[in-house]
Design a protein around this ligand. Structure first.
Ligand code: F0G
Length: 482
């Protein structure tokens, strides 16, 4: 796991950085946690951060910055147009990805909006390895359909397959043969496939997708938001890439893509986003939407300080010692949970540990949101905030029917460079306890269900009084411990 071998034999991750700024945390007693989650409508998105001990909701915009990033922020060049900060970011992106054109955006979904405005044609399809919530929404709102061509192993919860994010290229060939290239707006490939557990694609698979796209004149769009983890997995899991450096793998990935967009809330340990484009004509088509939705072309809704931080953060992403911390901590957490009998997605991916609520709470039917119930129960027994990634995160069909998600997961994200191994061990301990008491957890129902992206601000209620019963059991087992 770590590059260092330990005398005691046990391997554990070893941080190649030290903490120089800290933020104090509070761990509320379970009675206060119950009050907080009730007030939040049992939706972890609606919790106040002050009521959270370890915030594992996401790794978006909450990764720790380095000393060099913070230093760079001080020399940011404030200008509406032509800022030197923008030039530094642009030069870094060209150096790393080798694409000539760049459009800034305030975050990843803003890049998706601009791409969808120009590339998505109604009554077409957009095949992809797997959807992400916001990317799907932007495509469907323009009247196109998302097709998910993840290989079957991608949806197997437990597996040893190293690249569960791989695209099923046979299905792509078949689609082109049956419907023709004109029926396809573009092909989307997502690095570190978010909703199936941060699972990577291999360079070999991406190259196969690229070959099909080139053969049929299809545009290949790469969502590089979770590229850092994917790079690490290619380096450590793909035999043919073992001797390549991280910058070489990055360039090989970019070379396959016509367009590459990212959320810099994830990529580059920053906050922001953007679109790298290979050809001038496409760039010009996309360009007009940046001043319309984001801001002028040299900031696109980002502050210059954030842009400086991203520039340095992108350099750090090219450093294996900087990008290995996430995957190594996640692997530790996944392996330790698995050893305690807690069902988790394997092999460990990027982004975070993903607990399989379908097995953890196999007594709760899917329409009662097992992953939503588990996220609430984990907060209650630990103060750890995770995120439901299951049926609640789907949206109803226009006729009101509710599609059941392929997987019911609770994602426990590990923002990069933020938590220590002892904090991760605490989370493992409490989840282990909850697993032992899992039959006490019951289902949930919506009491307020928004039409769009309901998981963000929908409110729920437990189907019976299981939260109070679980709290009583916690007190019985842990006495007056927090
Ligand atoms: N693409 C992927 C793969 C993402 O994971 C995200 C965000 C986006 C696009 C959108 O980027 O948030 O900057 O607008 N994922 C966050 C998460 C929200 O928590 O996983 P954004």
């Amino acid at each position: 796991m770590s590059k260092v071998t330990f005398f005691g034999g046990e391997q554990f991750p070893l941080e190649m950085h030290k903490v120089r700024i800290i933020q104090k945390l509070t761990l509320l007693p379970i009675e206060d946690r119950l009050a907080a989650i009730e007030q939040a409508g049992f939706n972890t998105f609606l919790l106040q951060n002050a009521d959270v001990f370890l915030d594992m909701l996401t790794d978006s915009g909450v990764n720790a910055m380095s000393d060099l990033q913070q230093a760079a922020m001080l020399i940011a060049d404030d200008a509406y147009a032509g800022s030197a900060t923008y030039t530094r970011l642009y030069d870094k992106l060209v150096e790393i990805f080798g694409m000539d054109y760049f459009l800034p955006a305030h975050q990843g979904r803003a890049a998706e909006n601009i791409l969808a405005q120009v590339l998505v044609r109604p009554d077409t399809v957009v095949p992809m390895n797997y959807h992400f919530t916001t990317s799907k929404q932007h495509i469907t709102v323009h009247g196109a359909e998302v097709l998910e061509f993840i290989r079957p192993e991608g949806l197997e919860v437990t597996s040893y397959h190293p690249f569960k994010g791989n695209f099923d290229t046979d299905r792509l060939r078949q689609l082109v043969a049956e419907r023709g290239a004109d029926a396809i707006s573009y092909v989307r490939m997502e690095a570190g496939t978010n909703l199936i557990g941060g699972q990577p694609f291999s360079l070999e698979n991406l190259r196969e997708v690229r070959d099909i796209c080139r053969e049929h004149g299809l545009t290949l769009v790469l969502d590089a938001s979770l590229l850092a983890d994917n790079l690490y997995f290619i380096k450590t899991r793909e035999e043919a890439c073992r001797d390549m450096t991280i910058p070489e793998i990055t360039r090989a990935i970019a070379d396959c893509s016509d367009i590459l967009y990212f959320s810099a809330r994830k990529l580059g340990f920053g906050r922001g986003g953007g679109i790298c484009i290979r050809d001038e004509e496409t760039y010009k088509k996309l360009r007009g939407y940046v001043p319309m939705y984001e801001g002028f072309l040299t900031y696109g809704g980002m502050s210059v300080r954030e842009m400086e931080a991203i520039t340095v953060g992108l350099d750090e992403t090219m450093d294996e010692d900087m990008i290995n911390q996430g995957p190594q901590f996640i692997a530790y957490m996944v392996n330790e949970l698995e050893q305690r009998g807690v069902p988790v997605i394997t092999p460990p991916g990027g982004l975070g540990a993903h607990v399989d609520a379908m097995r953890f709470l196999d007594h709760i039917p899917q329409p009662e949101y097992p992953a939503g119930a588990l996220a609430a129960a984990i907060y209650l027994c630990s103060g750890v905030r995770g995120m439901e990634r299951g049926t609640m995160s789907e949206q109803r069909e226009p006729d009101g029917t509710e599609p059941l998600a392929d997987m019911e997961l609770v994602r426990l994200a590990l923002p990069r460079r933020v938590f220590t191994l002892s904090q991760v061990s605490y989370a493992i301990d409490r989840i282990h306890w909850l697993h032992q008491n899992r039959t006490m957890v019951g289902g949930m129902k919506f009491v307020e269900e928004p039409e769009i992206l309901r998981f963000f601000y929908g409110r729920l209620a437990p189907v019976n009084d299981w939260p109070h019963q679980l709290m009583a059991k916690f007190r019985q087992d842990f006495g007056d411990s927090l």
